[in-house]
Design a protein around this ligand. Structure first.
Ligand SMILES: [Zn+2]
Length: 234
């Protein structure tokens, strides 16, 4: 091909007197794009061969936006360190003298000094088997209703997804978002039923809606609540 290779670089930015890491990725693309990642770091994508001065000018021009985005990211991190929702119930996060991560009936205990990523990673690891069992139970519960549409039950895959709660693949998989475990049971059920309805209808047309109403008469109400929750979790 002979194309120039993509590369990565780091730079430090001063935002409100604080040093913030800027991750620069040069790649085959036409324009520059700035984003804030979950750690509050700045992620900048630039076209290959882009001049350093242009990059600096671009960052400068977007400084106000960056500050605002970063403040939002830090606030979300702070909230995520205060409590965690499991099946719609809030569990306050407490620092423990023990050197282990623990979820009890009412609380989440984390070792001292853990940051946002530490807590999130431990939470994901703890949640995964719970999610697998919970989602499977939901699918089994609904299978008598949906079994007429498929030769066999779709295979469950639990995934971390940023833009969707679930999907059903033509190859026999039902993919459900790990983040669903933060939502109340009636919303998880809505997503499971929604995906299972795709066994019969591939789109969201009238047939799909009729089947949803057959299965869950109050699905529209639940969908509204899910949309509100999506802003927080996804
Ligand atoms: Zn759908």
């Amino acid at each position: 091909m002979g194309a120039r290779k993509s590369y990565q670089q780091q730079m430090w930015l001063d935002i409100d007197g604080e040093s913030v890491k800027l991750l620069i990725s040069a790649m085959q693309r036409k324009s520059m794009r700035l984003q804030i990642n979950e750690q509050g770091e700045v992620d900048l994508r630039i076209p290959l061969g882009c001049a350093k001065n242009d990059v600096l000018a671009f960052v400068k021009a977007n400084e106000a936006w960056l500050k605002q985005q970063r403040a939002g990211a830090l606030q979300r991190q702070q909230q995520a360190l205060e409590s965690f929702s499991i099946l719609g119930k809030e569990y306050p996060i407490q620092t423990s003298a023990l050197d282990e991560f623990l979820v009890t009936d009412n609380q989440v205990w984390v070792p001292q000094g853990w940051n946002f990523s530490d807590v999130r990673d431990a939470m994901d690891k703890w949640l995964r088997p719970q999610a697998r069992a919970y989602f499977q139970q939901q699918i089994d519960h609904w299978w008598p209703f949906f079994s007429r549409f498929a030769k066999q039950q779709p295979t469950l895959r639990v995934k971390k997804m940023k833009t969707r709660w679930g999907s059903l693949s033509q190859r026999g998989y039902i993919n459900l978002n790990l983040g669903l475990m933060q939502l109340p049971p009636e919303l998880i059920e809505l997503v499971v039923v929604h995906e299972l309805c795709h066994l019969k209808h591939f789109d969201h047309g009238p047939g799909f809606k009729a089947l949803m109403s057959d299965a869950l008469p109050d699905w529209r109400q639940r969908e509204k609540t899910l949309q509100q929750a999506s802003a927080k979790v996804l």
